[in-house]
Design a binder for this molecule. Sequence first.
Ligand SMILES: Nc1ncnc2c1ncn2[C@@H]1O[C@H](COP(=O)(O)OS(=O)(=O)O)[C@@H](OP(=O)(O)O)[C@H]1O
Ligand SMILES: Nc1ncnc2c1ncn2[C@@H]1O[C@H](COP(=O)(O)OP(=O)(O)O)[C@@H](O)[C@H]1O
Length: 283
Amino acid sequence: MPAICEVGSWGFGVTSEGLKGLKGKLGLGIGAGNVVRFEARGKRNVGQVLALERGGMRQHVNGKGDGSQGENLHQISTVGNSTNIKWHCCSVGKLDREGLLNQKGCVIWITGLSGSGKSTLACALSRELHSRGKLTYVLDGDNVRHGLNSDLTFKPEDRAENIRRIGEVAKLFSDAGIICIASLISPYRKDRAACRALLPEGDFIEVFLDVPIHVCEQRDPKGLYKLARAGKIRGFTGIDDAYEPPVSCEIVLKEEGREATPPRELAEQVISYLYEKGYLHAQ
Ligand SMILES: Nc1ncnc2c1ncn2[C@@H]1O[C@H](COP(=O)(O)OS(=O)(=O)O)[C@@H](OP(=O)(O)O)[C@H]1O
Ligand SMILES: Nc1ncnc2c1ncn2[C@@H]1O[C@H](COP(=O)(O)OP(=O)(O)O)[C@@H](O)[C@H]1O
């Protein structure tokens, strides 16, 4: 599938399959005998096709994971343990919602040790973006474990499930056009990678709060490190359970020297990134 087409009131697009005459930013086009519905993102007249639907198939051009075969929108299918299910399409799409909000939906995934400042940064970021008129929602690991994930423990397989569910919820928020801020330890690389793979390229912004464990332990606002050191909490991240730092991620906020960087300044670094990458405006 090609990635580029022109869009306009009557745009023009050519795909490897000869599809032509794509209409509108999000609309119907006719090409090679097929009716095509497409979502495109880009500058005024040249857009990148995000998804094409034709003949009941949705193909994500830019997304990961489900691009090659496409999702059959009309056929009954099986996904995981869900049998006989069928995707239902809605004429109001992500781009429409982003247009209303004048921003682009994405996921800011804050990872780090307990006490590294994830929740503080998430809230500071939400506050700063809110004051700029941007709609955010914070998914905090601790908070989500009070409800949706209250059935899960801190065993590795439960942490994986915790992260998977939050990744899926974050994907929905992002699709809603919201800047979703997920702050959870998410200690294992493969779980974070799986959440990244749920989203189109660029929309998963991993932020590593790189704070040494001795600093986190000194802070210990909930007294959990003390309990873990005393053997009263088993499998505590950084003590007797692994934390796998990102090998490469979008943003590293490193705690260096004696003076900690104020949360607001850390939030501004993330906002600069969002601004540069165009997430603070719609198309
Ligand atoms: N064993 C163990 N290890 C780590 N953390 C523990 C543990 N038991 C309870 N807590 C508290 O739970 C908070 C982390 O929850 P998360 O959902 O972010 O963790 S994870 O992503 O599933 O690993 C974490 O909150 P934060 O300090 O905000 O990170 C702790 O308060
Ligand atoms: N940038 C920062 N500089 C100094 N102290 C911080 C900073 N961010 C958070 N803290 C403090 O560190 C402690 C842990 O912060 P918190 O946001 O709860 O971390 P986490 O969510 O990663 O467990 C709190 O007492 C908080 O006030």
